[in-house]
Design a protein around this ligand. Structure first.
Ligand code: WTA
Length: 635
């Protein structure tokens, strides 16, 4: 995948059929986009009307203290009121909400009725443990129905969940527990991945050793191996759910529209991960509207968002938005290639999946196994496809389109971020597509590609991606750090009041946006967002390492892989064994997803005179490219 390939493909169009256009929720994008721009307040107010509120808002948007925007001020709601409670009063209570398949073949499904009962029971358990409105609860689990139940139960009682992806380990968990100050943690004994057990409970035990503020751990039994249960601290989920306190009747906490719903940690330029804060009101409006229009959700759809609930994609589009819309979702626990590379295609066939939303890295990974695996399966139920997480290269796009979608299913390439809460730049099914472009902004969203001074870039010129006006599911702040929120997102174009996305992009002659990649020290590995700083401090915490620099190097399947450069402390010598030890160390400290593919020992790192590591230079060297302007290099 080269930049050149991206550029030369801008003229190739793929159009939806008349049938798709006619049946889409938004048959005419331009008209709806214009309406939303002309009257954003009216537009968002109208979308919010389609949801239930305990009390209607007085004001749609309060921008008096920008960029600390507030939405639906005075509104009383709870996202669970819309995701579960309201469906219990209609025929939907008997509709299937979740169809789950474990990697080991175990199958379970939940109607809206049953899901609600489980959530009520667990919410009562949480309340009995003293969890109250405004408390934070950390969740660290695999992809099982219980993670969905746990998140919803937190929201129901007004607690703020902080989900940590299962690919992180000890120090990463400890840092996140510490920052969120969670007294209660929900986990499981393990999770299945590629036929192996990910030792989740074990990781939690180590993390709590480092971050002892956790008082209660609730453990879901999934894999069944022996785990250590600390008396008075650790409880089995199934034991708690069998107690009389776990009744199926439970009041949903009445929340302010602006009350926190969750924190989700994500990597940034420097230091510790940032807790991105989302709230009940705006988030429920934005995620449900975007899912409905972009993926055109109908009552008979089988929606499969193949992400992990531990990332924003899972929060918004596995858990909250599909339930708000009353959709039926598929959740699959494990690896796409286990036990064979047709596992996903078998799931599409078995459940009649109609919409499949995944990441370029997964598409490229499955593409490697050839067309025979998908061709042996009946994929005719599919009607729409989707992509998220990084730019999709035209080759992968076309394979997905032709081999999986049989040339019938438009691909919704959705650009967005943990911070944005929902899709920002994305097609809707009725628009023309260009492979590799996320097309144009969602109605109500104003984006641009600008230079350092804020001038709009000429067509096809690289610039910075900015968002010019507020939207309902925007992050409200960085948890406990308003200053970081201001510096990170709003300082670059302070006078203009624009949000800096942290990506570079270009807009073509048709106004289609092509996202190129991050402009900061964030690396996207298999679509997962990792900060160089977190991996570097992981390396430096090893006794042999004095200093470390980490970069992302392009990779055909994963998008990027991690290269690490280490200066050793005096007396240490580099060896293959040390490389192995350091990789293991990162697996423990940060997590398996952060393990460098290559570790090189060096005497010096290229730095600016102010001591900042010039990763750009390292990257050019690693890729055998010209090193560019070195005038700021220290020596
Ligand atoms: C990248 C994931 C190109 C981008 C939802 C962004 C994309 C970062 C796309 C956010 C896409 C996401 N095309 N790049 N369709 N989707 N990105 O917070 O660099 O994990 O800034 O949210 O992923 O990653 P995050």
């Amino acid at each position: 995948m080269s930049d050149k390939e991206f550029q030369t493909n801008t003229s190739e169009w793929f159009y939806p059929t008349e049938d798709i256009i006619k049946n889409a929720h938004i048959p005419d994008y331009d008209t709806v986009y214009q309406q939303a721009i002309d009257d954003p307040i009216g537009f968002w107010g109208e979308q919010a009307e389609s949801l239930e509120w305990y009390q209607k808002w007085d004001q749609v948007l309060d921008d008096s203290n920008a960029p600390f925007y507030k939405w639906f001020i005075g509104g009383k709601t709870n996202i669970v009121l819309n995701a579960l409670d309201r469906h219990q009063k209609t025929w939907r209570r008997n509709k299937i909400a979740i169809i789950w398949e474990g990697e080991d073949g175990e199958k379970r499904s939940f109607s809206y009725w049953r899901l609600n009962q489980e959530v009520c029971k667990f919410a009562n358990v949480l309340r009995s443990m003293g969890v109250r409105k405004g408390d934070t609860v950390t969740i660290y689990m695999g992809r099982t129905p219980e993670i969905v139940i746990a998140m919803l139960a937190c929201a129901k009682v007004g607690a703020i969940h902080s989900v940590i992806y299962g690919g992180f380990s000890e120090q990463a968990i400890a840092d996140r527990i510490e920052d969120a100050k969670s007294r209660v943690l929900i986990t499981s004994d393990g999770a299945w991945l590629r036929g192996q057990i990910v030792p989740l409970k074990n990781n939690v035990d180590q993390a709590i050793d480092r971050s002892p503020i956790v008082e209660h751990v609730i453990v879901v039994k999934r894999t069944g191996q022996d785990v250590t249960m600390v008396q008075g601290r650790d409880y089995w989920y199934h034991d708690l759910m069998a107690l009389p306190i776990a009744s199926t009747r439970c009041e949903t906490e009445v929340m302010d529209a602006e009350d926190p719903l969750f924190i989700l940690y994500t990597s940034g330029t420097t230091g510790k991960p940032k807790g991105i804060l989302h709230t009940h009101g705006g988030y429920q409006v934005y995620t449900s509207t975007t899912l409905n229009w972009v993926f055109d959700i109908k009552d008979d759809d089988r929606w499969w968002c193949a992400a992990d609930p531990g990332w924003i994609t899972g929060h918004s589009y596995i858990v909250y938005a599909p339930l708000i819309l009353g959709a039926t979702s598929i959740i699959y626990e494990g690896a796409p290639t286990y036990p064979y590379p047709d596992r996903w295609w078998r799931i599409v066939e078995d459940y009649g999946v109609t919409i499949l939303y995944t990441a370029p890295t997964a598409i490229r990974g499955l593409m490697r196994f050839g067309d025979a695996w998908p061709n042996r399966r009946d994929l005719s139920s599919l009607r729409l496809l989707g992509s998220v997480g990084e730019p999709i290269n035209p080759e992968a796009w076309k394979w997905f389109y032709n081999v999986i979608g049989k040339g019938r299913c438009p691909i919704m390439d959705t650009w967005w971020q943990t911070e944005t809460g929902g899709f920002m730049i994305t097609p809707v099914p009725s628009v023309g597509l260009k492979p590799g472009s996320a097309t144009r902004p969602f109605p109500g969203i104003v984006v641009d590609v600008v230079d350092e001074d804020g001038n709009t870039c000429a067509p096809n010129e690289d610039g910075k991606l900015v968002i010019k006006t507020p939207w309902p599911s925007m992050l409200r702040t960085v948890w406990g750090d308003d200053q970081r929120y201001l510096n990170q997102y709003w300082a670059a174009y302070k006078d203009k009041g624009w949000y800096l996305a942290g990506d570079s992009a270009r807009k073509d002659d048709d106004g289609y946006i092509w996202v190129i990649g991050r402009i900061d020290d964030v690396i996207k590995v298999s679509g997962y967002r990792l900060g160089t700083a977190e991996i570097e401090s992981g390396l430096v915490s090893h006794h042999a390492v004095a200093e470390a620099a980490v970069i992302g190097v392009p990779d055909e399947v994963k998008g990027n892989i991690i290269y690490a450069y280490c200066i050793l402390v005096a007396g240490q010598t580099g060896s293959d064994d040390l490389v192995k030890a350091l990789r293991e160390h990162i697996r423990h400290e940060v997590g398996p997803i952060a393990m460098p593919s290559k570790i090189e020992f060096v005497d010096k790192l290229p730095k600016t005179r102010s001591g900042k590591i010039m990763r750009r230079v390292l990257k050019a060297r690693a890729m055998g490219l010209p090193e560019g302007d070195l005038s700021t290099l220290e020596d």
